[in-house]
Design a protein around this ligand. Structure first.
Ligand code: AMP
Ligand code: TRP
Length: 332
């Protein structure tokens, strides 16, 4: 079975950036790759590389599971699971650390950024986070990994590790390929459009959460930072705010940015923003309705159980193969 694998950390509520850069892409990919099995997981082991409140974490894990499905993923050819329920993720992380150099991890820009923001000590797990991620992907022989642009470096490292293991031990892993969406790969903050929209931004106005009520969504978009020009034109460098709103609109409607520019050639910023706000509200309305139904449905747990069982079987086989190739334990 060919696999497409991706994960999202259960940290904070999902925002429009994660939706457009990641989840919406999975939904489309289910059509693009009708032969592949999709393995999507909630990366809770990744989340705890930074201290978390346990009750908050547990709540977010369930919320994320419901949201994944509410966003329109079809349940056939899909395994949705929680990373920590599969012990093989932790096991393979150690094995892969034996194939990763400190220098490689020191070059990871996300580690440097997160370490800089950490007020208390930086955990060793934050440093080895990319190796855990490599394991998530390699355990399932993922052919493709759909992620936002910020994960490119981690995926490159995953490929390097896979190739290194294969060249030392013989063919063990499939070397995965990155799949980033054409638009939406990097949705920017609404208040500081030079930075990506992020769940960790202390300013709540910088983002739209998928579960935000309609008036909040409208207010955030109408007050999004733009520029003093008056033309709705895509120019990331000089007009990052307007370009970001165009990217959001394009990603949600599948209308190319050039067409949107033409449609809004004579619009004021206020009219344009109104259109963006209407589009976001309409796109999120059905997701929010499905979410409310799913979050209380025992079927959600049944689906997560099935996902766990499938993932565990595939992952266990891979760890056994790797153990064997490394000469660990007894020959069995
Ligand atoms: P995270 O929430 O950091 O676990 O990221 C989950 C997925 O969403 C990853 O594939 C990220 O690349 C993607 N992502 C996060 N923030 C954004 C953003 N502002 N724009 C586009 N994609 C994003
Ligand atoms: N590191 C990813 C992020 O922050 C989440 C993630 C963990 C992931 N493991 C993965 C994504 C495996 C794709 C495949 O966005």
């Amino acid at each position: 079975m060919k696999h497409i694998v991706s994960g999202i950390q259960p940290t904070g509520s999902l925002n429009l950036g994660t939706y457009l850069g990641s989840i919406r892409n999975f939904v489309k990919l289910q059509d693009t790759f009708p032969e592949h099995h999709f393995m999507l997981f909630i990366a809770d082991l990744h989340a705890i590389t930074i201290p978390r409140d346990r009750l908050e974490l547990r709540k977010t894990i369930r919320e994320l599971a419901a949201l994944y499905l509410a966003c329109g993923l079809r349940q056939e050819r899909l395994s949705l699971f929680i990373q920590s329920e599969i012990p093989a993720h932790s096991q393979v992380a150690h094995l892969l650390q034996c194939f990763t150099y400190i220098g490689e991890l020191e070059r990871m820009t996300q580690f440097k950024e997160k370490a800089r923001r950490q007020e208390t000590g930086v955990s060793a797990a934050l440093f080895t986070y990319p190796v855990l991620m490599a394991g998530d992907i390699l355990l399932y022989d993922a052919e493709y990994v759909p992620v936002g642009e910020d994960q490119t470096q981690h995926l490159e490292l995953t490929r390097d590790i896979a190739e290194r293991v294969n060249s030392r031990l013989g063919a063990v892993f499939t070397v995965p390929k990155l799949l980033t969406p054409k638009v939406g790969a990097r949705i920017m903050s609404l208040t500081e459009p030079a930075q990506k929209m992020s769940k960790s931004d202390p300013n709540e106005k910088s983002r739209i959460l998928l579960l935000d009520p309609e008036p909040v969504i409208r207010k955030r978009i109408m007050s999004a930072v733009t520029d003093s020009d008056t033309h709705v034109r895509f120019d990331k460098e000089n007009k990052p705010g307007i370009s970001n709103l165009l990217a959001i609109l394009s990603a949600l409607t599948d209308i190319p940015i050039e067409t949107l520019e033409q449609q809004h050639a004579h619009s004021t910023y206020a009219t344009f923003k109104q259109h963006v706000a209407d589009t976001v509200v309409e796109a999120l309305r059905p997701i929010q309705a499905r979410y409310q139904a799913l979050i209380q449905d025992p079927e959600l747990d049944a689906f997560l159980d099935a996902g766990r069982d499938y993932a565990a079987k595939v992952a266990m086989r891979k760890v056994a193969k790797l153990n064997h190739k490394l000469g660990l334990g007894r020959k069995g």
